[in-house]
Design a protein around this ligand. Structure first.
Ligand code: TYD
Length: 136
């Protein structure tokens, strides 16, 4: 069992005196071919999102501005990690329940995914997710 649910993929860092520059590149650490990107921004105060796991989808998420707290649950353990710019990308592998809380007003959360959108890949019921984990 991995030590942590919050696997952070380091980005290439080309920050200098002028400011930050982070890079993620196929062939240089990106563990899958990106088929889709989306971003969450302008989140209303007090809103939480996510509350699902994916059956197959692999994703990497990272804040390009602001911060958000990710709650992770693999069916047994729960972990929390705060994302902010410059810290690399959080891997969201299949079968990892994730929730996003405490979005800062300026948060821009970007997600790279290895497949196109497919609603049938989602598990949106936490109890169903737990049953699925414990039956496999
Ligand atoms: P969802 O993944 O449920 O977002 P969250 O878990 O943060 O609430 O997506 C919200 C809605 O947008 C849902 O109806 C599905 C749709 N959607 C797409 O059509 N394509 C996409 O790539 C994504 C991420 C969502």
């Amino acid at each position: 069992m991995a030590d942590t649910l919050a696997t952070i993929l380091p980005f290439i860092d080309r920050s200098d005196a002028r400011g930050g520059l982070s890079i993620i590149e196929e062939g240089a650490g990106l563990p899958f071919r990106v088929r889709r990107a989306y971003w969450v921004y302008g989140t209303s105060p007090g809103v939480s999102r996510g509350f699902h796991a994916h059956r197959q989808l692999q994703q990497i998420c990272f804040c390009v501005a602001g911060s958000v707290r990710m709650e992770l649950f693999d069916g047994r353990r729960e972990e929390s990690v705060q994302l902010k710019p410059g810290m690399g990308g959080l891997m969201l592998p299949p079968m990892l329940w994730h929730e996003m809380h405490d979005f800062s007003a300026d948060c821009v959360l970007t997600v790279l995914a290895d497949a196109e959108y497919d609603e049938s890949d989602y598990i949106r019921d936490r109890d169903q997710f737990i049953r699925h984990v414990h039956s496999s």
